[in-house]
Design a protein around this ligand. Structure first.
Ligand code: SF4
Length: 87
């Protein structure tokens, strides 16, 4: 039987406030990795084991780069909708 301790203090407060980034598998990773289409496989290696993919995917709507394991290209000129790259 596992016994879980509640997360308290600053970390607990931030999690309670919805700061899902604290649980991101990519915390501390090279940020550029998530904005380079050629390094998508490397980025996805983080995303496949990430517990906050859904929140990340939602936060990435309308943004460029890899969010929730999906690489998006956002064409700012012309106001085109963000498009998920084929996997
Ligand atoms: S889904 Fe990927 S990009 Fe998003 S927080 Fe997790 S590891 Fe980072």
């Amino acid at each position: 039987m596992k016994i879980f301790r509640p997360i308290t203090g600053e970390l607990g407060n931030r999690l309670a406030a919805g700061d899902w980034r604290l649980l991101a598998a990519c915390r501390g990773a090279d940020v550029e990795l998530f904005f380079d289409r050629r390094r998508l496989a490397e980025a996805r290696a983080f995303c496949v084991r990430c517990s906050v993919r859904a929140a990340c995917d939602e936060a990435g709507q309308g943004e460029e780069g890899t969010w929730g394991g999906v690489f998006r290209i956002w064409k700012r000129r012309g106001g085109a909708e963000p498009k998920a790259a084929a996997s």
